[in-house]
Design a protein around this ligand. Structure first.
Ligand SMILES: Cc1cc2nc3c(=O)[nH]c(=O)nc-3n(C[C@H](O)[C@H](O)[C@H](O)COP(=O)(O)OP(=O)(O)OC[C@H]3O[C@@H](n4cnc5c(N)ncnc54)[C@H](O)[C@@H]3O)c2cc1C
Length: 604
């Protein structure tokens, strides 16, 4: 039996984004010993990239807003596949979580009378997103990190979890390698919270950071936990399309919230052409009404550019496919036009959207105060994830919790913008609280050392194969390209079946990955070890997407282009069967209470 450096914690948190840090703060406040591991440096987790804001029905800008409207908006946006209890908890608790961040030092933008300012975002009926310009994630991470560090959380940076450890059915820790020196570590814990974010790096065009290789989804699945809603991958409508080196980088929905409009090659605002029936009553009839809405006129309805992301992304794709796209395969997003309406438009844009201004100036040599941007859909967010209990965030494996983007339930078939940052703090807090409670009620389980040795041996095999093995970067690249083509924004059965064939071939190549060099900060090795996660989530996504024979939310099937009443009754759950293969099952959606039905009815 090999000796590994071992750390003992009551609660181990995997991930230092918004969800992980909020969970860590709550668990440590409950008086237990908390460790946090992160693949990157503290402060660098993907949450730092969040731009537009966090949704919370505080009613600071429009006093008609309250949790009931937020709940109804979230359910409608998720096409009623959401876990309604999670949507209810989220809508009710988000305002308190925002105020708590403020109390911990977050400096939000302000209304004229000194309240936290809230902006418009797609699918939200009223201005609801608390924000800090277009750098909200940075402020959130800074605040949580400062607060957490002062509470005595033990952080292990540049540390990648390779596998979860179990004692019988229960999760009792995790096994990791440190990226800097390439040495293995055991994290022995009474409870583990996964807060590892998303899966965007399984696709070629993505707004997601390098960390998003689906690790938490894959770790949980291999540990026997159930995954849910994996067919629902969000393609954000507005990513950069030019120049090629920056393709996929996000252009925040905040641009449209501030009055930005979408036009095709002919200058037409095509979003007025296709407004879904269930949003007709809430959508502006004219461009003029849409503009008034973005400027806070309470009698106006939202412009169609602020419909949900799934719909806007498909409309853009249609324009491009039918030959009305921009020169580089997207459409135009124009905020500069507001100079027709506002005397100080350029200054206003720079103040409200400073990152977007600099992003386009530096990366594409475009001045967004003067000219339109070229944009197109980009893989952005994973609605699917670890199935969790709504109150506690515990997965189907005792002692294993999940929160944030790697957990499923809140968003159903489509997430509304801004509902992730609030998700992180609402359910991060809950995961931390309940993981601490679990840790207090259970002793430390036993570590299976022969399993650990097997995992370590397997992880080192790429060195043994050396340069003669498969190139891990090539396998990763081919997977991303294939997923983009065959399991992307518009899907058909035959293509997804061929994706499964390709995934099988790539799996066979991945286990032969070889690398040269040594264990110290070896990017090739890290990529080789990420491959299993990427391939696992890709396969699960493809299998769930084949199974759902309808189009709903972010999942669009060319061979089943309509919503089906029957499929409205089911979520899809994926577990690993006795042969190690994914098993996809239909499970009935969680029922609505009478009060929830009434809230939805009154907000139609
Ligand atoms: C450009 C951009 C803008 C966005 N803007 C908004 C917005 O305005 N509003 C909004 O609500 N949402 C927004 N989102 C979505 C939102 O930012 C994310 O969904 C959210 O930040 C995810 O947070 P998280 O805590 O779940 O995970 P993350 O912040 O991604 O953190 C994941 C953590 O897990 C760690 N990790 C992963 N795997 C391992 C492993 N194997 N071992 C150890 N550690 C691991 C990572 O290192 C990281 O620390 C945006 C997304 C993008 C890409």
């Amino acid at each position: 039996m090999a000796e590994y450096q071992t750390h003992q914690f009551d609660v181990l948190i995997v991930g230092a984004g918004g969800a992980g840090l909020r969970a860590a703060i709550e668990a440590s406040a409950a008086g237990v010993k908390v460790g946090v591991v992160t693949k990157s440096l503290l402060g660098k987790a993907h949450t730092v990239m969040a731009e537009g804001g966090m949704a919370a029905a505080m009613g600071n800008v429009d006093d008609r807003d309250n949790w009931r409207v937020h709940f109804a908006d979230t359910m409608r946006g998720g096409q009623y596949l959401n876990n309604p209890r999670m949507a209810e908890l989220h809508a009710k608790e988000a305002p308190a979580r925002v105020r708590e961040l403020e109390a911990w030092g977050a400096v939000f933008d302000r209304t004229k009378d000194g309240k936290i300012l809230q902006r418009n975002f797609g699918g939200h009926r009223y201005p609801r997103l608390a924000h800090v310009g277009d750098r909200t994630g940075l402020e959130m991470i800074r605040t949580l990190q400062d607060h957490g560090i002062h509470q005595g959380i033990d952080v292990h940076m540049e540390m990648t979890i390779l596998t979860l450890l179990k004692d019988g059915d229960r999760c009792v820790g995790a096994f990791a390698y440190d990226r800097e020196r390439g040495r293995f570590r055991i994290f022995h814990a009474k409870a583990v919270v996964l807060a590892t974010g998303g899966i965007g790096r399984a696709f070629q065009i993505t707004s997601n950071s390098w960390e998003y290789t689906g690790d938490g989804h894959s770790l949980a699945y291999h540990a026997g936990a159930a995954l849910m809603d994996m067919e629902f991958v969000q393609f954000h409508p507005t990513g950069m399309v030019w120049p090629p080196s920056v393709k996929g980088i996000l252009v925040t929905e905040g641009v449209r919230g501030e009055g930005g409009v979408l036009r095709n090659r002919d200058g037409k605002r095509f979003m007025f052409d296709d407004i879904p029936a269930n949003y007709k009553a809430q959508t502006a009839d004219t461009e003029e009404e849409g503009w008034r809405y973005t400027q806070g006129d309470k009698s106006a309805r939202r412009p169609p550019e602020l419909l949900t992301r799934d719909h806007v992304a498909r409309c853009i794709r249609r324009e491009v496919k039918e030959g009305r796209g921009s020169p580089h395969g997207g459409v135009f997003l124009d905020i500069s036009w507001i100079k027709e309406k506002l005397p100080n438009a350029a200054e206003h844009i720079k103040k409200k959207l400073p990152s977007m201004y600099h992003q386009f100036k530096q990366l594409a040599d475009i001045d967004i105060t003067k000219e339109p941007m070229e944009i197109g859909p980009t893989t952005h967010y994973m609605m699917g994830g670890v199935e969790v209990d709504a109150e506690s965030q515990m997965s189907t494996v005792p002692g294993l919790f999940a929160a944030g983007e790697c957990a499923a339930g809140l968003h159903g078939a489509n997430r509304l913008g801004g509902n992730s940052l609030s998700d992180l703090v609402v359910f991060g807090k809950r995961a931390g609280e309940f993981a601490a409670r679990f840790a207090k009620e259970h002793g430390a389980g036993a570590i299976n050392h022969s399993f650990v040795d097997k995992v370590a041996k397997n992880a080192l095999q790429p060195f043994e194969r050396g340069a003669a093995g498969e190139n891990p970067f090539a396998v990763q690249y081919e997977l991303q390209e294939m997923m983009q083509d065959l399991v992307g924004i518009v899907r058909v059965e035959s293509e997804m079946e061929s994706a499964l064939g390709e995934i099988a071939k790539l799996k066979a190549r991945a286990v032969k990955a070889g690398i040269s060099g040594n264990r110290e900060y070896n990017g090739g090795w890290h990529t080789a070890l990420d491959l299993d996660n990427l391939l696992t989530v890709s396969e699960v996504i493809a299998r769930a997407a084949i199974e759902r024979k309808e189009s709903r939310g972010a999942h669009f099937r060319d061979d089943f282009p309509d919503k089906s009443e029957d499929w409205a009754k089911y979520n899809l759950r994926v577990t690993k069967d006795a042969n190690g293969e994914p098993k996809v099952e239909r499970v009935a959606t969680k029922p609505l209470t009478e009060e929830m039905k009434q809230v939805i009815e009154e907000n139609m």
